[in-house]
Design a protein. Structure first.
Length: 75
């Protein structure tokens, strides 16, 4: 089975869902999640990701060459 994620404009969502539901080979996994995609994420996790993104933008990160990766990880 294959899975596809789509971003549908809000004003076309209802039409799209009617169209998809008419197809007998399509399963809608979690319509509630689709309606509010940000509601299911842990706020602490989201904050950590945003903090990491900001740190990267500020240049606060470590670069490791591919050849040095095992040593960096202590493997």
């Amino acid at each position: 089975m294959k899975q596809v994620t789509l971003n549908i404009r809000e004003n076309r969502y209802s039409f799209f869902m009617q169209l998809v539901q008419a197809l007998d080979f399509v399963q809608i996994a979690d319509e509630q999640h689709d309606a509010n995609p940000g509601d299911s994420y842990n706020p602490d996790f989201v904050a950590k990701i945003k903090q990491s993104q900001q740190e990267f933008k500020d240049g606060n990160f470590t670069s490791v060459q591919k050849e040095d990766l095992k040593e960096f990880l202590g493997l």
